[in-house]
Ligand binder design. Structure first.
Ligand SMILES: *[C@@H]1O[C@H](CO)[C@@H](O)[C@H](O)[C@H]1NC(C)=O
Ligand SMILES: *[C@@H]1O[C@H](CO)[C@@H](O)[C@H](O)[C@H]1NC(C)=O
Ligand SMILES: *[C@@H]1O[C@H](CO)[C@@H](O)[C@H](O)[C@H]1NC(C)=O
Ligand SMILES: *[C@@H]1O[C@H](CO)[C@@H](O)[C@H](O)[C@H]1NC(C)=O
Ligand SMILES: *[C@@H]1O[C@H](CO)[C@@H](O)[C@H](O)[C@H]1NC(C)=O
Ligand SMILES: *[C@@H]1O[C@H](CO)[C@@H](O)[C@H](O)[C@H]1NC(C)=O
Length: 414
């Protein structure tokens, strides 16, 4: 039994056009039923108990309009609680994209530096000076936030430490990997690492003298203006908190133990719980800063900061090429690189898509969140002034998140 409901925050059915690379794209709310159908069909086909999606778009006149929809039947199957736009779910690694704005703001304020060795912030007894190929090396915040530090990713064993003692902050996580060898010389490779983000959390704790997740909670609430986002912890209740599920051979099951433990100590890498509105507001704030709309100095970040973060490229690290299936067309040679706190994808500039002209020279910044029992995505399309977000309460949907974002963009703009 599946139901869906959707809501338009601002009930003006409007249309506007924008010109990108010589093409005119017309945004039209009348096309929303197509998006609704896309997401409802996807929810049905994947047997997702609860999927919530939303968009927020700048209308060129200083206004923003939003649509959110909830699909599937249950935020909590066992207690018969319906899925709705108010449902709070884990955003998993989308927490990294949110945290990156906090870090960038601390850099703007002069409290942190992208390029200083981390021993400026972390005493050597907590995290020793590292070597690679018998050479002492520096590790920087910039390398941590781009996953170029060479610090290994977390493994399931790391999460089990929480059975032994109660973790209060990110600094306490360092001992889990502090003595492990680097995988490559910092700045000379890419290896996605939750532990790298634990180190970022510890760096923030060293200057703020408070646990990272509490610093982030204040930032999300007071600076970004997210109405309900918080960190998952054993110190408070979370209202409207949906359950997470895993689907095995078509059966809906509770999450694995590791998924229950995971968010608590790993706040910087993935501890945020949010409803869809929170992610959309964050997307708008990033777009506003990027386009420097607010002349009153109220942007959360400087335009130059976002430019640096979203365009970062280290020539020592190769750019990957990806393939994506959009509608029924296979698109090759999509360039993927991890910039500062975000995943960036650039569509090829030498292929002109007849059916999908919107893909010509398209680029976007996004972050995927994935654990065994939750998937999330926040995607920002700067040229379209467009944010798409999705949260779900089951795992293994990661490979569909990007196409859903792009197909939604396509439906609304062409
Ligand atoms: C989704 O499933 C429901 C219930 O089976 C059905 O009524 C609805 O038409 C389906 N929607 C789509 C788009 O397939
Ligand atoms: C994006 O939307 C905002 C808010 O409506 C508007 O002020 C701005 O001009 C738009 N920018 C672009 C590049 O479309
Ligand atoms: C490493 O950091 C120290 C300061 O902590 C600095 O003096 C040194 O130049 C850095 N080395 C490199 C190779 O960047
Ligand atoms: C590091 O030093 C040790 C001992 O001097 C030597 O055996 C080893 O080959 C060196 N490793 C590299 C990668 O240079
Ligand atoms: C790229 O590698 C060279 C040679 O090791 C080094 O000098 C340079 O700093 C590296 N660039 C970055 C961004 O790490
Ligand atoms: C982190 O927790 C440890 C152990 O309880 C404590 O000693 C330390 O002061 C805490 N640091 C921060 C920044 O909360």
């Amino acid at each position: 039994m599946h139901q869906s409901s959707s809501s338009l925050l601002i009930l003006i059915l409007f249309v506007f056009s924008t010109i990108i690379n010589g093409h005119q794209y017309t945004f039209d709310w009348k096309k929303l039923p197509k998006v609704n159908h896309l997401l409802e069909k996807f929810t049905n086909e994947t047997n997702t108990p609860c999927l919530i999606a939303g968009i927020r778009v700048g209308d060129l006149n200083g206004g923003w309009v939003e649509w959110t929809g909830s699909f599937g039947s249950y935020a909590d199957i066992e207690n018969n609680i319906r899925c709705s736009s108010q449902t709070m779910l884990k955003v998993a690694s989308v927490s990294k994209a949110i945290g990156s704005a906090l870090i960038a703001r601390l850099v703007e304020q002069g409290k942190l530096s992208w390029d200083l060795d981390i021993s400026h912030y972390i005493p050597k007894d907590l995290f020793p000076k590292k070597t690679y190929a018998n050479k002492t090396v520096n590790i920087t915040l910039r390398q941590l936030i781009t996953h170029q530090s060479g610090i290994r990713h977390s493994n399931d064993k790391d999460f089990m430490h929480d059975w032994e003692f109660r973790i209060k902050n990110s600094t306490q996580l360092l001992s889990w990997f502090a003595d492990d060898p680097l995988l490559f010389e910092p700045g000379h490779g890419y290896h996605y690492s939750n532990n790298g983000w634990s180190l970022i959390g510890a760096i923030v704790e060293s200057i703020e003298n408070r646990p990272y997740h509490l610093v982030l909670e204040d930032f999300m609430r007071n600076i970004i203006g997210m109405p309900s986002a918080t960190s998952e912890s054993r110190d408070h209740l979370i209202m409207n908190h949906g359950q997470q599920y895993r689907i095995v051979d078509g059966n809906v099951l509770p999450p694995n133990i590791v998924d229950i433990l995971r968010p608590y100590p790993h706040w910087p890498a993935g501890g945020v719980v949010a409803r869809i509105e929170d992610l959309l507001i964050y997307g708008q704030q990033m777009l506003s800063s990027y386009n420097s709309f607010q002349s009153n100095g109220k942007s959360i970040l400087k335009q130059s900061t976002i430019n640096e973060m979203w365009n970062y490229h280290n020539s020592n690290v190769s750019i990957n090429e990806e393939t994506m299936k959009i509608f029924n067309e296979i698109i090759h040679k999509i360039k993927f690189r991890y910039v500062m706190g975000w995943q960036r994808r650039d569509f090829p500039t030498d292929i002109q898509h007849k059916h999908f002209s919107i893909l010509n020279e398209l680029y976007y910044l996004s972050h995927t969140g994935e654990i065994g029992s939750a998937n999330a995505k926040l995607a920002i399309f700067p040229t379209f002034n467009f944010t798409f977000a999705i949260i779900t309460n089951r795992g293994s949907l990661k490979n569909h998140m990007d196409r859903l974002a792009i197909e939604t963009l396509y439906y609304l703009f062409s």
